[in-house]
Design a protein around this ligand. Structure first.
Ligand SMILES: [Zn+2]
Length: 237
């Protein structure tokens, strides 16, 4: 194999590694955001359930106060009733008392259903709290793992970039820019083997002349169809 092809294959390999590490690093912010969003969602759900139950409790207390007010009113009406000498007035007070007692009974019924709601709500709060704690612990663990991985990738990328530069320095400038132009247009598979008489990049059957030249290994031979640089090894038919 031509030494320049050997060097190009090493360069292509190191370029691929560098790009893979870069792609992994590029994905880190989105992964972090995904984890943070998940944790924030669980916290928000917990908060919503908690607030709903707090609202039920405050509604129930309001009813309690209303009941107290109505009971006070009955007390006052009773004392007025005791003071009156008019039979009609007495009956009117009695009617007022009964109406108010009916209102109290309704309010107490409402209070009771709110207490039942609060009881169910308290269970929901406990469940949401547990889920929130679990999600947070899991997220924190994953975020820590992610930070460790990011730090490792940052170290790897420096090392991979150095290795890539070292491989590039072993290729002459003209061939290097030819290779880099190919990478820009064709991606990371531009130094390709000839297998079964077809180009390992575009898979189009090569001309006899291109196959013979690639076999000859005396110069850099491009695929006539796609322009990728061909190489040939003895195990390629
Ligand atoms: Zn080709």
């Amino acid at each position: 194999m031509l030494p320049v092809i050997e060097n190009l294959l090493v360069l292509q390999d190191r370029d691929r590694r560098l790009r893979r590490i870069q792609a992994e690093l590029d994905a880190v912010p989105a992964q972090r955001l995904h984890l943070q969003t998940k944790a924030a969602k669980a916290a928000a759900e917990f908060d919503t359930v908690k607030k709903r139950v707090q609202q039920i409790e405050s509604d129930r207390k309001k009813l309690e106060l209303e009941v107290d007010t109505l009971k006070d009113r009955i007390g006052k009406v009773r004392s007025q009733q005791n003071d009156t000498r008019s039979n009609d007035q007495y009956k009117a007070y009695q009617h007022q008392i009964q109406t108010t007692e009916g209102e109290i009974s309704q309010l107490e019924d409402q209070q009771l259903s709110l207490m039942e709601l609060a009881e169910t709500g308290a269970k929901e709060v406990a469940a949401a709290s547990r889920i929130n704690a679990e999600v947070k612990a899991e997220t924190d663990r994953h975020l820590a793992d992610l930070a460790t991985r990011e730090a490792r990738l940052n170290e790897e990328i420096d090392e991979a970039a150095d290795a890539r530069d070292e491989a590039a320095s072993r290729v002459d400038d003209a061939t290097l820019s030819r290779y880099e132009r190919l990478v820009k247009t064709k991606g990371d598979n531009v130094i390709v083997g000839v297998g079964g008489g077809v180009c390992g990049g575009c898979h189009v059957k090569l001309t006899t002349q291109a196959t013979v030249s690639a076999r000859g290994q005396a110069e850099i031979v491009p695929c006539p169809n796609c322009g990728r640089i061909l190489y040939f090894t003895s195990d390629m038919g």
